[in-house]
Design a protein. Structure first.
Ligand code: GDP
Length: 330
């Protein structure tokens, strides 16, 4: 069999659009490759897929490790209204960047959901992608949408930069918290709470119930103090249980309501417009950086500048200003 990467782009796209999961997985792998010939092919494929993309609900989900994200995604995915949909699950795992094992990447997660014919799960965006995990995830979304997935869940661990990335590539952003973990906010930065369209107090079951109610009141109080969101919609706070299914129906109603309201108001379109602009700026930044760092002519200039900065001899802005004066883009 001909290797997938050797197929003409139109054949790749047809295979993806026909619902062939293996081709879809290989296409995502292709977009993650740094090899220049692969990159060129990946861009051609993405360009061909682009007109077929955009028709999904892009849902971001974040929370601390152990908050119950994968249990929640599995439960939501199996929930009747969603089990009628074509669901793509992408995980953005900042830890995989360091190739030291990952928080999200183990294969035992979402086992039940992964066996569903209407579900495609990609465990972890590769940190090897030139533009980092955000760019990798954006490209995967285009391919998933071209393959007909209409509900895309993007999961990330709320431990750093990645949740902001996820906010920038999804239409709605959900935060999972758990009650009674000392500080109700569990090290989740206030900014992350402010970004959330919905806050779900998970594990509101069994002996946790009372604490979960208290947590809800506390979170609602905090949310009231935030400025109005650009969507114009209030942040909803719900008690849920990914294991008993408590509140999942309300979560789904709220998500649908959000999409109806933001489509009608035009906010959804404007959010995606902003996201395209942001993607462009990031790609421009990465592209220019790539030119400079890959050019043999600049290798010595760069390493000397870095050496002087690291040794404390030169300030970074001074080094960059000197460097820029010596760089001529063809
Ligand atoms: P993640 O790291 O955020 O993906 O968390 P997991 O989904 O792996 O869940 C971490 C642990 O919490 C697992 O042992 C789950 O079984 C448990 N868990 C997840 N959701 C619930 C819930 O709603 N109630 C209870 N009691 N346990 C839960």
């Amino acid at each position: 069999m001909k290797d997938f990467v050797d197929l003409p782009v139109q054949e790749m796209l047809s295979a993806i659009r026909s619902g062939d999961r293996v081709s879809l997985a290989r296409a995502i792998t292709l977009t993650e490759s740094k090899r220049p010939d692969h990159r060129k092919k990946a861009i051609d494929l993405l360009t061909a897929a682009y007109p077929f993309s955009g028709n999904s609900m892009r849902i971001g989900i974040t929370g601390s490790p152990g908050a119950g994200k994968s249990t929640f995604i599995e439960a939501l995915g199996m929930f009747p209204p969603l089990s009628q949909k074509q669901i793509g699950v992408l995980a953005v795992d900042p830890s995989s960047r360091m190739s030291k094992g990952s928080i999200l990447g183990d294969k035992t997660r979402m086992q039940q959901l992964s066996r569903m014919p209407n579900v495609f799960i990609r465990p972890s965006a590769s940190g090897n992608h030139l533009g980092g995990v955000a760019a990798a995830t954006r490209e995967s979304i285009i391919l998933l949408e071209a393959a007909g997935f209409n509900t895309i869940l993007v999961e990330t661990v709320g431990v750093g930069q990645s949740e902001t990335d996820v906010y920038d590539i999804t239409d709605i952003f959900l935060l999972l918290l758990i009650p009674g973990a000392g500080d109700e906010l569990q090290g989740i930065k206030r900014g992350i709470m402010e970004m959330a369209d919905g806050i779900l107090i998970n594990k509101s079951d069994g002996s946790n119930q009372e604490r979960a109610q208290l947590a809800k009141v506390e979170v609602e109080r905090a949310v009231h103090l935030f400025q109005a969101k650009p969507s114009g919609l209030p942040t909803w706070v719900l008690n849920i249980s990914a294991t008993t299914g408590l509140g999942l129906d309300t979560v789904w109603q709220q998500i649908e309501h959000y999409f109806q309201e933001t489509t009608a108001s035009g906010y959804l379109q404007s959010r995606r417009t902003e996201q395209r602009e942001k993607w462009f700026r990031e790609a421009l930044h990465d592209g220019l950086l790539q030119i400079i760092t890959s050019h043999p002519q600049y290798t010595e200039l760069l390493s000397n500048a870095l050496r002087d900065v690291v040794s404390g001899q030169t300030l970074p802005p001074t080094a960059i200003s000197t460097l820029m004066a010596n760089i001529r883009l063809a």
